[in-house]
Design a protein around this ligand. Structure first.
Ligand code: ASP
Length: 338
């Protein structure tokens, strides 16, 4: 049992800790040296960041920047993100996306078919409904009511080809996703200009120091029909806490969900760890859970703290993220566990 003296000692230490934390935080918020800034996952992020920058550089809102930024990737005719992506096992492309602003407002759609910009539907869910998440037919119906157009149900040429190839074996197990330059020996950008990824996640901090994030994906290629990964799940694929930082994840969604990945990373930043170390700690948690199976999966997180400092960490090498601010525009090769 804790006696009165110990209790007082304990509360004094706690109060001191709170004071120290507050002071640390106070010095943090007066130091927005890097704003505005945008970061996003993979090489495709370079193009997406340019679109986000058009908003950020004109003192626009981070929320608008992260929506407009990833729309570029959703619309690009590549094999892996948006309606041009690989289908599920039944041959249908299903899309997931979510968005979150500086006030804990968030919106999400999952298992959405035939709509070009799931991220914008997610934003409408956030702004126009009392809910956070809509899925499947309901999400599609909502999108149509909001004026979105129903696109043709047709696989892109590349996706049809990959689907035909996959059907030859139709192996009923999740593929090894996003381990570049290792098992798959696949470059991030393919010869035909396509991107070898099925997700883009973006975090921005605007000139006012406000954070927002977005994440959009076709999910794992040849997934089971109805499968949803981490990307549309607030707290798993994306989380924003405007006081401390934001994080977005990519990779094997199931393993991000089981540790509530993005939220866990942000909680590390809340405890005072840097963006990179916060990502690393949660990657280590996943590595520990997976044991030997870790060789089969890739997970990566990128994070931005309230100071505008970015960081990332992945399980396997080959992950990179794109950064743009007033002084630099580049791709950063992430540190990794392997
Ligand atoms: N996280 C996505 C999912 O599991 C896939 C990815 O990031 O590549 O659906």
């Amino acid at each position: 049992m804790i006696n009165r003296r110990k209790f007082i000692q304990h509360s004094t230490i706690s109060s001191l800790a709170v004071l120290i934390n507050k002071n640390l935080f106070a010095s943090k918020i007066s130091n927005f040296k890097n704003k505005p800034i945008v970061i996003s996952t993979w090489d495709a992020g370079l193009e997406a960041n340019k679109a986000a920058w058009q908003i950020l550089s004109k003192n626009g809102r981070a929320l608008d920047a992260v929506e407009k930024g990833v729309m570029v990737t959703e619309a690009s005719k590549n094999c892996c993100i948006g309606l041009g992506a690989n289908p599920d096992r039944d041959g249908f492309v299903t899309l997931d996306a979510c968005i979150m602003d500086e006030n804990f407002n968030c919106g999400s759609v999952a298992f959405l078919e035939r709509i070009k910009h799931p991220i914008s539907v997610a934003r409408r869910v956030m702004e126009k409904t009392p809910h956070v998440m809509l899925v499947g037919n309901g999400a599609q119906q909502f999108a149509l009511n909001e004026g979105f157009v129903l696109e043709e149900q047709k696989l892109s040429k590349d996706a049809q080809q990959s689907y035909n190839d996959w059907l030859k074996k139709a192996e009923y197990k999740p593929g090894v996703i996003n381990i570049e330059n290792k098992q798959q020996q696949a470059p991030a950008k393919l010869d035909n200009g396509d991107w070898n990824h099925d997700t883009i996640g973006m975090i921005a901090m605007d000139a006012n120091g406000n954070l927002s994030g977005s994440c959009t994906t076709s999910g794992m290629g040849f997934k089971m029909r109805g499968r949803i990964g981490d990307s549309p799940i607030i707290g798993a694929g994306l989380y924003v806490d405007n006081e401390f930082g934001a994080c977005v994840g990519t990779g094997q969604g199931e393993d991000v969900i089981r540790v509530a990945g993005a939220h866990a990373v942000v909680e590390m930043m809340r405890q005072g760890f840097s963006a990179e170390l916060s990502c690393k700690k949660i990657i280590e948690r996943i590595v520990k859970i997976k044991g030997d199976k870790v060789k089969d999966i890739q997970v990566a997180f990128i994070a931005l703290d309230k100071n505008g400092n970015s960081g990332s960490f992945a399980i396997h090498s080959g992950f990179n993220f794109a950064i743009k601010n007033n002084t630099e525009e580049k791709l950063i090769v992430s540190k990794s566990w392997v």
